[in-house]
Design a protein around this ligand. Structure first.
Ligand code: PLP
Length: 443
């Protein structure tokens, strides 16, 4: 958009605001809106985002097969190779040769789009096979796939909360938007407990009438802080008060547990959790979401979940890729071992140079910046001067004043890439005169 146009949009936005103020001062509540006003009104909202430094610019990236985490960035000087350090393809499975071959074979055999909702022609043999494998991954009787982890949470929580009268949700204060929206749609009471606090969860459960159904909703790995929840403790407390548990393992499946079944599997408490939800879009390198649990619970969500029923099912080619990826990670531990090694190296080296790494036991390495403009300047400089791609994390993804970089080291990052990342961050942290610290800071 040219400067002239933006200036005009700004002036029009200000004039429209003035008109609205004058009219309401005159006691008239109705403002005449012309159809030509809308572009100006929306442009003013975008300008406000830009002034706050929160305007999101998507980097146009291509991922040449077999080269991840090297990707091609379409920048002002044409295509440049950059190393991505913020992908949620945590284990590089999106470019795994076996996964790609499975998808190509599936396409040759005819598995492209689903051709409908699950009910009307959209159930494919690959969906059924994938659901069997996902149930086995989590040692649960049944599973159901969705087109995203987001819609899995939306459908599941709205159904669970709406089928039993007087249900109360107990939701961790840092839960993801998809869970918040799912709970909202259930249209029942909701109590927020302090993030990761067993004491607060227990106090809030104790205050609810024992005859009401209760569902405790939380995540295993919180993706913006790297915090891991006390799953066993939450499950124990939930049982004590007759509550059901719903655990989002989106940022853990594939990476934790002997077979990649998540943190609940790693801690040996998966059998204490009623519903485990996951995604195929992160460590499994594909797209789609799922839930696993008791057969009657899964059947209810299949039968009543609007965002499941009324949407074209997962493309069978994606189900084929997911099958290959999940099966691979159920048997191979090499990706998980290497990821942990890289994560430990990056955390230690950044702390060594005094960067404010946020404490957390997971594979996510958040580096606190605390200001959206600095976070953006830092990531721009990393990209422009060092060929390193990291997206800044701003409000509303995190609270204002807690803006950060979120680094996700993985098995495909080489030791030389780690050296280059640490050197680049060191240089640009100094160039922007950002504060250093001697120890990890609380997440
Ligand atoms: N749950 C959590 C905790 C997430 O962070 C996300 C997405 O990042 C989702 C659910 C949605 O999963 P998906 O990306 O598969 O839609």
């Amino acid at each position: 958009m040219g400067h002239g146009f933006r200036l005009m949009a700004l002036i029009k936005g200000v004039l429209w605001g003035l008109r609205r103020k004058i009219v309401s001062r005159l006691g008239k509540h109705r403002v005449l809106i012309r159809s030509s006003d809308y572009p100006t009104l929306f442009a003013a909202r975008i300008d406000a985002l830009k002034r706050e430094g929160r305007y999101r610019i998507f980097a146009e990236l291509t991922r040449p097969a077999g080269h991840f985490p090297a990707v091609l960035w379409a920048g002002p000087n044409g295509l440049t190779e950059v190393i991505t350090w913020c992908s949620n393809d945590y284990l590089g499975m999106g470019h795994h040769a076996g996964v790609r071959a499975a998808m190509i074979d599936a396409i040759e055999a005819g598995a492209t789009g689903a051709g409908g909702t699950r009910n009307i022609g959209g159930t494919n043999a690959l969906h059924v096979e994938l659901e069997r494998l996902l149930a086995a991954l989590h040692d649960k009787p049944a599973a159901l796939t969705f087109t995203s982890g987001y819609s899995a949470n939306l459908a599941s929580l709205s159904v669970l909360g709406s089928l039993l009268p007087d249900t109360v949700f107990l939701s961790d204060g840092d839960n993801h938007n998809s869970m918040i929206e799912g709970i909202r749609r259930a249209n029942c009471d909701r109590v927020i407990f302090e993030h990761n606090s067993a004491a607060d969860l227990e106090a809030k459960l104790a205050a609810i009438s024992p005859d009401k159904p209760k569902i405790v909703v939380f995540e295993s790995v919180y993706s913006m802080s790297g915090n891991i929840s006390p799953i066993g403790e939450f499950a124990r407390i939930a049982k004590k008060y007759g509550a059901m548990t719903y655990l989002d393992e989106v940022h853990a499946v594939g990476m934790y547990g002997a077979r990649g079944g998540g943190v609940s599997q790693e801690l040996g408490v998966a059998d204490q959790i009623d519903v485990i939800q996951g995604t195929l879009g992160k460590a499994f390198g594909m797209q789609g979401g799922y839930i696993t649990g008791d057969a009657s619970v899964i059947d209810c969500i299949r039968s009543f979940g609007a965002s499941f029923i009324f949407s074209t099912s997962l493309a069978p080619v994606l189900a084929a890729g997911a099958l290959a990826s999940v099966a691979h990670l159920m048997n191979s531990t090499e990706e998980r071992r290497l990821q942990r090694q890289r994560v430990a190296e990056v955390k230690a080296r950044l702390l060594d140079i005094g960067l404010p790494v946020m404490q957390g036991a997971s594979h996510i390495v958040p580096v606190f910046v605390g200001d959206p403009v600095h976070a953006k300047a830092l990531t721009d400089r990393l990209q422009d001067h060092h060929g390193i791609y990291i997206q800044p994390i701003n409000y509303p993804t995190v609270a204002r004043g807690t803006e950060r970089l979120r680094i996700t080291p993985g098995p495909c990052h080489t030791p030389a890439m780690v050296d280059a990342l640490v050197d680049a961050l060191d240089t640009e942290w100094s160039a922007l005169s950002l504060a250093r610290t001697r120890q990890a800071i609380a997440a």
